[in-house]
Design a protein around this ligand. Structure first.
Ligand SMILES: [Zn+2]
Length: 101
């Protein structure tokens, strides 16, 4: 494999996916805006954040898969500690590409 193909293979795995919070800072999230909207409807805190509606943030699909599998073994909640976008893998590639440019 030439180097560009190696990068493509890694980047095909490590790509951003959206997670939706019912409102900013909710502390839990869903895979779609619709799910977040439905769950947020039960909250009645009346804050500005809730009125703004569902917000998304991005995580790395592959790092998120690994992180959630590890946590499911220990029973801990998934807090996206290692999988927030850009993940360490993508950040390392981007920084290396910048240096070689
Ligand atoms: Zn990743």
């Amino acid at each position: 494999m030439s180097q560009p193909n190696v990068l493509e293979a890694v980047l095909a795995l490590h790509k951003p996916v959206k997670k939706w919070e019912p409102y900013e800072g909710a502390g839990y999230s869903f895979n779609t805006r619709e799910e977040a909207l439905r769950s947020g409807g039960e909250e009645d805190l009346g804050t500005v954040a809730i009125e703004a509606g569902p917000q998304y943030f991005e995580i790395c699909e592959e790092c998120g898969r690994i992180e959630s599998e590890q946590l499911s073994e220990t029973g801990e909640d998934w807090g996206y500690r290692e999988s927030l976008w850009p993940c360490p893998t993508v950040a390392a590639i981007e920084s290396a590409l910048k240096e070689s440019a």
